[in-house]
Design a protein around this ligand. Structure first.
Ligand SMILES: [Fe+2]
Length: 304
């Protein structure tokens, strides 16, 4: 006769001990999830529990190693604050943020939509709204001049007017302004609105690549893995428009020496572009961002 699973019974009615085997334990743990009312949460937890148990069993995890893992997560939490979001950095260096973006964009990509890229830990809320054509670099920002001519379109090529376009980038010194006391507040950050034909534009400086922050537990993990810590030069974008799924992406400088070894795996597909040099020394980036019809969602902003 099949033994009754104690955790499938209402609390207090169990008459069986939990079996002292990995399989019996997993059955009890899964049964404990059976009364989760949110069906999506129930599905996610069930799969997570199965994979967690299978992972621990596969590597024959020791209790000391479990303690190290728990401490690592505690350190990630402690390293997260108004200046830096270590939790997002962790999702990024594990490739999970890129994977989730690709899953979410599967339909759009099949129909010619723009590839997504992770938001990362440096987007700030309340970036200043600026008129199209504005210079977003403060006068003392060094670097080559950059002109970005962008257009927001639907998958069928129709222009999307009044879309909100958020952009942010590192300085040629490889730091975002919130990491760098020498830069002005909100330097190299802005919000634009597309015109009636879907166009937006701004002037800036050509970005440079940078090392991800390595002063926290993610840095220790990268060192243990002997991994590169560089990101290729890029511009971040988030595009929000009523009736369309929100697009978070990045455009990468294909000429950057790290273009093909992004530490956070964000430089996918056609997101690598050449910034075209003009005779006057200005680099130009012409850009189309194609959005999938759907529900607009405001992403979680990592920084105030
Ligand atoms: Fe970035």
């Amino acid at each position: 006769m099949k033994a009754e699973n104690p955790n499938s019974l209402p609390i207090g009615q169990s008459r069986e001990p939990i079996p002292a085997t990995p399989e019996g334990l997993l059955a009890a743990v899964l049964a404990s999830n059976q009364h989760t009312t949110d069906p999506r949460l129930k599905q996610i937890l069930e799969s997570l529990l199965r994979h967690l148990h299978a992972f621990a069993d596969e590597v024959q995890l020791s209790y000391g190693e479990l303690e190290q893992g728990i401490d690592f997560l505690v350190q990630v939490g402690k390293a997260t604050g108004p200046e830096k979001h270590e939790g997002i950095l962790l999702a990024d260096i594990l490739g999970i943020a890129t994977l989730v973006g690709l899953i979410d964009a599967k339909k759009a990509l099949a129909a010619g939509g723009t590839e997504p890229a992770l938001i990362g830990p440096f987007w700030r809320a309340h970036q200043p709204l600026r008129p199209n054509g504005s210079l977003i670099a403060s006068p003392k920002t060094p670097g080559d001049k950059l002109l970005v001519n962008g257009r927001v379109l639907s998958l069928d090529g129709a222009p999307i007017a009044n879309a909100r376009v958020e952009t942010w980038q590192a300085s040629p010194g490889g730091l975002y302004e919130n990491q760098d006391p020498s830069q002005e507040d909100m330097n190299l950050r802005a919000r634009f609105q597309t015109d009636e034909d879907g166009y937006f534009s701004f002037r800036s400086v050509r970005p440079s690549g940078y090392a991800v922050p390595v002063d926290g537990p993610c840095g220790k993990l990268l060192a243990l893995q002997k991994r590169d810590i560089m990101r290729p030069a890029h511009l971040h974008f988030i595009v929000l428009a009523e009736g369309y799924k929100t697009l978070a992406t990045q455009i990468f400088d294909a000429d950057d020496p790290n273009a093909y070894r992004d530490v956070v795996f964000g430089a996918v597909g056609s997101l690598l572009r050449s910034f075209e040099a003009q005779e006057d020394g200005t680099y130009v980036l012409d850009l189309e961002l194609r959005l999938e019809p759907g529900t607009m969602r405001m992403p979680l902003c990592p920084l105030p």
